[in-house]
Design a protein around this ligand. Structure first.
Ligand code: ATP
Ligand code: MG
Length: 523
């Protein structure tokens, strides 16, 4: 930038002239330049980072860059009305949002204002959206399950209350569906939900709101959204507004599930903002503090002790990858901040294995301590069996003459995959999941072909939900959340009966196709 000599001397002369005059702290600044939604304002010495500033016509801005002689302000409204020389007033307030139960069932924008046409939200309390995460001493370990109702997740990658579990995958692989199913599954479980949509199409968000409403999930959910057409600063602030709403419930002892859909778009909004503020770009043109952007957000999810309120926030951030590349910048950042990830594979999705959870690349670092005992009893070997299956599957493509052991691993694996398939919106409660998985764990499904597995699954669910004998077994498992030896045997006997019924519908059934005659006689 070139500054002319006479300009400098002019400034120095001014300084000398005003040397003795009293220091006046200015509460009003002047717009030096404006462009692309970012204004440079001079004359506001004491402004806070993140402070709200008012431009003429009640247009709000947020102070982001505090420099010696001027500040960078991002405009949160219609920037086209602001011109050079406009006066800017301080508000001495940072961005705040209303919190509390009045928000339930509502759709709000990125700064917590209603956009669903249902009128004003009568909140009695507001909180700043940027707050420091609760400290180490207030935190408690994760030991209660956060049930998603999705068998592949609850059995293999269990999530606990207070955990942060990333959902990651390419576009259109069922990421949002998993998160929404998890919200719907909280019905009657005394968990409040916050769905944060960042940079999505408005039509998509409308569909999600409708889906939640249809399933009776809207009454315990609040939707915080800033669509793709919203300005970058608003998109940037949106997830912080969401977590602030969630925190209020956590600190009053309630359990909250929050979904960030998705943080890739959030990072992009922040990149736009930072480049406009002329902050130096780094890798993939993201600014240097993009890690902090997400860590300070996700650190606000926790399970806290009784003294601090005793609630929890479980976070399901979503990240979209390109061509399954989880080693790109933003994905690796968020993977390292979260306590595990659910990786959705496009290959599985296209092979109609849905939810397309890649069990090899997915992990949950803390959730298994939160699993109910019954689930541990039936799911402990599942992951290993699936891993063996996928490994042998790759091999078996080369040769056709496989030994008996290999064949049994392969056919068992196929049946596990079949059991884990689940249509969207059809969540299952934990006990029913364990009963379905019992058929796998005890290798009872061995005697039926893969094509019969789905109907068997439905028969098991129906039996334990509707039949009197089935319901009694269901209730006694639920009592202690575990299988006692005799309950397990009774359940197995009942499942065997269902399998025999299924076999009776197969014409020319030959047990030798599935195993040895003497085993079948004992079955
Ligand atoms: P985007 O990248 O566009 O956000 P996404 O990864 O969030 O996509 P979804 O919108 O959840 O993916 O799902 C994509 C499509 O797959 C939807 O049409 C949805 O109905 C379908 N789908 C998702 N999960 C299942 C499932 N378990 N069974 C059948 N269809 C599914
Ligand atoms: Mg989506």
């Amino acid at each position: 930038m070139s500054i002319k000599l006479n300009q400098i001397s002019e400034v120095i002369k001014q300084q000398i002239k005003n040397y003795s005059s009293k220091v006046i702290k200015s509460e009003e600044g002047i717009v030096l330049s404006i462009g692309d939604g970012v204004a440079t304002v001079s004359g506001l010495e004491d402004v806070m980072n993140g402070e709200l500033l008012m431009f003429p016509g009640e247009i709000a801005g947020m102070a982001m860059n505090l420099e010696e002689s001027s500040i960078g302000v991002v405009i949160m409204g219609d920037a086209s009305k602001i011109v050079q020389g406009d006066r800017v007033k301080r508000t001495k307030e940072v961005v705040r949002t209303g919190v509390g139960n009045a928000l339930l069932g509502r759709v709000v924008n990125g700064i917590g204002q209603p956009i669903d046409g249902l009128g004003k939200i009568e909140t009695t309390k507001t909180l700043p959206v940027e707050r420091i995460a609760t400290g180490v001493m207030s935190r408690k370990s994760v030991d209660q399950p956060m049930e998603t109702g999705i068998v592949a997740i609850d059995s293999l990658i269990p999530i606990g209350k207070g955990q942060r579990e990333l959902i990651i995958g390419d576009r259109q692989t069922g990421k949002t569906t998993i998160a929404i199913d998890a919200i719907i599954n909280q019905k009657g479980k005394n968990v409040k939900c916050v769905y944060v949509a960042i940079g999505q199409k408005e039509s998509t968000v409308t569909q999600i709101v409708e889906k939640l409403r249809k399933n009776g999930a809207l009454e315990y959910t609040v939707i915080v959204t800033s669509s793709a057409s919203e300005s970058a600063p608003i998109q940037y602030i949106t997830p912080y507004t969401g977590v602030t709403i969630a925190e209020e419930w956590m600190f009053s002892g309630e359990d909250v599930l929050i979904v960030y859909d998705d943080l890739s778009k959030h990072a992009q909004a922040y990149r736009t903002l930072s480049l406009l503020l002329r902050r130096p770009p780094g890798r993939e043109a993201y600014p240097g503090d993009v890690f902090y952007l997400h860590s300070r957000l996700l650190e606000r999810s926790a399970r806290i002790t009784k003294e601090y309120g005793g609630g929890s926030i479980t976070a399901l951030p979503i990240i979209e990858t390109l061509a399954g590349d989880i080693s790109a910048y933003i994905p690796t950042n968020v993977i390292s901040i979260t306590d595990g990830q659910i990786f959705l594979s496009e290959r599985l999705f296209n092979a109609n294995i849905r939810p397309a959870v890649d069990t090899g690349l997915s992990v949950s670092r803390v959730g298994s301590s939160a699993q109910i005992k019954a689930m541990k009893q039936v799911a402990s070997t599942l992951k290993l069996e699936l891993a063996q299956y996928y490994e042998l599957q790759a091999f078996s493509k080369f040769g056709s003459d496989l030994d008996e052991n290999t064949r049994s691993i392969l056919s068992h694996g196929e049946k596990i995959v079949e059991i884990l398939r689940q249509p969207e919106g059809k969540t299952l409660d934990q006990i029913l999941q364990t009963l379905v998985l019992l058929a796998i764990n005890e290798k009872l499904v061995k005697w039926i072909p893969v094509s019969k597995v789905e109907s068997l699954k439905l028969a098991i669910i129906k039996f334990f939900m509707k039949d009197a004998a089935g319901k009694a077994i269901y209730e006694s498992i639920k009592e202690k959340n575990e299988f006692s030896e005799d309950i397990k045997q009774t359940a197995i006997t009942e499942i065997k009966k269902l399998i025999k019924k299924s076999i009776s519908t197969i014409p020319d059934y030959n047990p030798l196709d599935y195993g040895r005659q003497e085993d079948y006689d004992k079955f």
